[in-house]
Design a protein around this ligand. Structure first.
Ligand code: SAM
Length: 272
């Protein structure tokens, strides 16, 4: 690349550029894009994954925040009619604008680690439009996403993401695959939104509230942590043992608690 377009990686944008051809190839193989698909890449950076994604023949929308990378991306891919560049913040991007067909968007990104959790929550608001997501994340975050009840990794992130998606921890990637190398290990995760939710809650906002409250003090019993929301008798009535700690409860049990709280709230709602 010419001197003119040498880009200095910026910490505040979480820039760790992939340079290991073997890792790039492995990621593209896991995604396996096809020509008739709708791909979206978050944070294309200098285009490490972009080239292979476009090579599939699919339409590709990319969202990049760093203004300094825009000329480089235009230079590399601008002549390609299937390439659509959006400069801006993926956290504020309206993904519904790209496509109205249910379960069609395939989202990809080697994500800046500082925005990965809020970005996943933002994308889950459009879960119905998304077919799947492949992300490079901090390994520790992937472990939390893919966690099972009973362990220290099981918490709000695992529960709220597994409410919407099937989660697969695909493989780990060491710091040497990036330039500059990050201080932590990374991993590739696949999130596939459920076509039909396995445990639908009457009011997902109440589920979110219960889970947040429960894990605020994960060492305490449910009876204690949920005191402000549900009485001990309500917890038992939802078929949950109040002497357990939050990390011992699976998603279905949290949904039962949320539905119980929902029924309680409805009982106390004044008639219209
Ligand atoms: N995909 C490239 C790669 O694999 O080499 C770059 C990955 S780098 C870890 C993250 C990229 O996301 C950077 O290009 C950064 O500028 C961009 N980025 C950071 N915050 C963003 C945001 N809020 N919205 C969109 N892109 C963002």
């Amino acid at each position: 690349m010419s001197e003119l377009y040498q880009h200095r990686a910026r910490k505040r944008f979480g820039q760790n550029f992939l340079h290991d051809a073997g890792v790039i190839h492995r990621i593209l193989r896991a995604i396996h894009p096809r020509a008739d698909e709708r791909l979206v890449e978050i944070g294309p950076g200098q285009g490490a994954l972009t080239e292979g994604l476009l090579g599939s023949g699919a339409r590709l929308d990319v969202i990049e925040l760093d203004l300094d990378l825009i000329p480089l991306l235009k230079l590399k891919f601008g002549l390609e009619p299937r390439f659509h560049l959006h400069q801006g913040d993926a956290l504020k991007f309206d993904f519904a604008r790209l496509c109205g067909t249910p379960h069609s968007l395939r989202i990809v990104g080697n994500l800046p680690y500082n925005i990965s959790t809020p970005l996943i929550f933002h994308l889950l608001e459009h879960a119905g439009l998304i077919r799947d997501m492949h992300f490079m994340l901090q390994k520790e975050v992937v472990e939390r996403l893919a966690a099972e009840p009973g362990g220290g990794d099981w918490g709000r992130l695992s529960i709220m993401v597994q409410y919407h998606c099937r989660v697969e921890h695909l493989f780990n990637v060491g710091p040497g695959a990036f330039n500059p190398p990050p201080k932590v290990d990374s991993a590739i995760v696949r999130l596939v939104p459920h076509e039909t939710l396995p445990h639908p809650a009457r009011d997902p906002a109440l589920l979110e509230r219960i889970v947040r409250e429960a894990f605020n003090q994960r060492r305490k019993t449910l009876r204690n942590t949920l005191k402000g929301l549900l009485a001990a008798t309500d917890i038992e009535a939802a078929g949950v043992d109040g002497s357990l700690r939050p990390e011992q409860l699976d998603l279905a049990a949290f949904v039962r608690l949320a539905d119980h709280l929902h029924a309680r709230t409805e009982e106390h709602r004044p008639p219209e």
